[in-house]
Write a protein that binds this ligand. Structure first.
Ligand code: PMP
Length: 303
């Protein structure tokens, strides 16, 4: 069971988390017609009177885009101001995760997005490591990532996460920690809730947007950092076989941060991971506001 933050934003107001409940007839629960975000924050290690949120503006914009796919007009500015108030009301004392969600809140049947009430809520929980920072073992999933022609994959649409759930459980129940999914073309796509990078001959490689990946904010950050550090980067399709001969492999996401991959199926990787570690060190320093160069990636909220 998680430690939820005490206050939620629900039906246009801040209420105790335990009072923020929905009906069993809620439309989104039946049809997956919802979209969510996921942000990480920490109390500022240098000043406990404030909290730090990583790339708040980007997360709010992505959620606003996701809402648009559901025909729900919710501006990034509005999401941002609610999230800032949410953090102030909760006064977090340890590392936390914020989950905003837009959904069809109507009570009624028939899958649709028109002529239907929608709503937006926010809650949070304390969150330490999501995957082991020491590294994980991955399985190639027998489930494939959906295609953009079937649903808007650039949004974090709730219904899409049935595939992530199938893949993750298949991986864990067969003795692995995480799943790597291919796309419908058989190219490497992403993990159940993280983007994927490989390193070959000093070059950092990750599947491009045309590979049906989520527009990951950590992915975008890693690419920027690598370029600024002088590490050559390329966004291109990656074959499954390329994974097995990579020098380094890591997954990245808001919850997972940068998580090294130790093994995929029966192929093990070296424990020397100079590029993964360099990027991880840099990302950690930025999220803790210890890197003046990327200060604009960290939003400070006075508590
Ligand atoms: N892919 C999927 C399917 C995800 O759910 C996530 C987590 N949001 C990611 C990638 C990583 O995205 P981000 O870095 O924005 O958290």
């Amino acid at each position: 069971m998680h430690n939820f933050l005490p206050i939620a934003y629900f039906r246009n107001q801040f209420v105790p988390f335990t009072d923020a409940n929905i009906s069993i007839a809620t439309h989104a629960l039946h049809y997956g017609t919802a979209a969510f975000g996921g942000l990480r924050g920490i109390p500022d290690p240098q000043n406990p009177q404030q909290a730090l949120l990583f790339r708040l503006d980007r997360h709010c914009q992505r959620l606003s885009n996701s809402a648009r796919f559901l025909l729900f007009d919710l501006s990034a500015d509005k999401i941002q101001s609610i999230i800032v108030d949410f953090v102030k009301k909760n006064q977090p004392t340890s590392s936390f995760y914020i989950r905003p969600l837009v959904y069809t809140s109507d009570l009624g049947i028939s899958p649709r997005l028109h002529n239907i009430e929608k709503d937006f809520f926010v809650y949070g929980l304390e969150l330490g490591d999501y995957l082991s920072p020491e590294g994980i073992n991955c399985r190639i999933s027998s489930w494939y990532r959906q295609e953009d022609r079937s649903l808007p994959l650039r949004g974090k649409i709730s219904g899409a996460y049935i595939t992530s759930s199938l893949a993750k459980t298949e991986a864990v129940e067969s003795g692995f920690d995480e799943a790597i999914l291919m796309n419908s073309q058989g190219k490497v796509c992403e993990a159940s809730g993280m983007n994927i990078f490989i390193v070959r001959n000093g070059q950092l490689i990750t599947p491009g947007y045309e590979q049906d990946i989520l527009e990951g904010i950590t992915r975008d950050s890693v690419l920027t950092l690598a370029r600024d550090l002088g590490i050559p980067t390329v966004e291109r399709s990656v074959d499954k076989s390329e994974l097995f001969i990579a020098d380094e492999v890591f997954l990245c996401g808001t919850a997972a941060k940068i998580t090294p991959v130790k093994r995929i199926e029966n192929y093990s990787f070296s424990t020397k991971r100079p590029i993964t570690e360099k990027l991880r060190e840099k990302l950690t320093a930025i999220t803790e506001n210890r890197d003046p160069q990327y200060q604009d990636w960290v939003y400070t909220i006075p508590l």
